[in-house]
Design a protein around this ligand. Sequence first.
Ligand code: UD1
Length: 363
Amino acid sequence: MGIKIIAVVGARPNYMKVAPIWRELDKNGHVSKMLVHTGQHYDANMSKIFFDDLKLPKPDVYLGVGSGSHGEQTSKVMFEFEKILEREHADLVIVVGDVNSTMAGALVAVKMGVSVAHVEAGLRSFDRTMPEEINRMVTDIVSDLLFTTEPSARKNLLREGVEETKIHFVGNVMIDSLHYYRDKADRSRVLEDLSLKPDGYGLVTLHRPSNVDRTETLRGILDALIELGSDCPMIFPAHPRTRKMIEDNKLLVPPKKLRILDPIGYLDFAKLMMHARLVLTDSGGIQEETTVLGISCLTIRENTERPITLEIGTNRLVGVSAERIVKEGRDALRKPQGRGKIPELWDGRASERIVRVINEYFR
Ligand code: UD1
């Protein structure tokens, strides 16, 4: 029997999660696939460059929803995606991660009686002020197939009353991409282009509303990074949201210590991570990627929905106070590179397991 699968992507961290699943589905002749891009992220360096780097086929449909408040963005995705689903009669909608497009896609599908698969289910920060936490909870409760990356996710889902038979521990598709593209990333010339020495720079990313939307918080974090920049220069490819805050508020930054760049594509960024002395971030995925690469990571947040990276990986939660970031940063710079274990099933084969479960589901 042929099955029709629609995957929804919308924002930067979605693309590297869908790419390996798409490749795996290609091996299944009975599956017809359709890729829907909501347009939540639209700048070329937040979207197109990733499609190119990951060799992800051009989206079949582009909804063009753009930026907006949460209600506006979520409802626009729902309004537009519902029309697609009415026309296309899919058997399964796959959503990944925890962005607004993830939740919106899942809600439309379940209300139209279409099965939903959530890739990266069950992660919880237990912080409901985080928009992603709400997206994760809502998406999980309406999903039929819940694919998890680490043991904490299963516990969280069971506690919330999700039926055990829906939960499938498959590993981490983001790591599938890292494995698949590692050699190619290693050939990137980004270190030469930016005149960086391997192991001679810190790599920074910052975009959480709780870190960047208030001037005082952002100023404090930037000051800490500048201070660390005296010990080891910091490279900072800034998310558009963060750059806008820095520019609108005229937050001055000495470029020798903290060098602000435009967002960077997948392969160049992977190369920058692989050779960083230290990574400082508030991203979810980067906590996972640095754990696999064995690179020390300081997470500038009070909590993480990815506890395995703290328990056995190279990640450390340092909060948002400038003093603590400097102290922990100096400590990490003094020590040898982070050493940790690679979490179970983060082996580059998660998408294989996902497709096997999907095939079983429709058998
Ligand atoms: C979204 C996700 C977040 C994810 C992040 C990765 C939600 C709730 N948040 O946050 O979980 O970690 O993506 O990047 O879904 N902008 C541009 N160009 C773009 C996209 C955004 O300039 O291509 C600017 C706009 O000013 C926009 C702002 O960034 O208002 C925020 O974009 P939005 O999609 O609302 O959330 P992100 O902060 O990107």
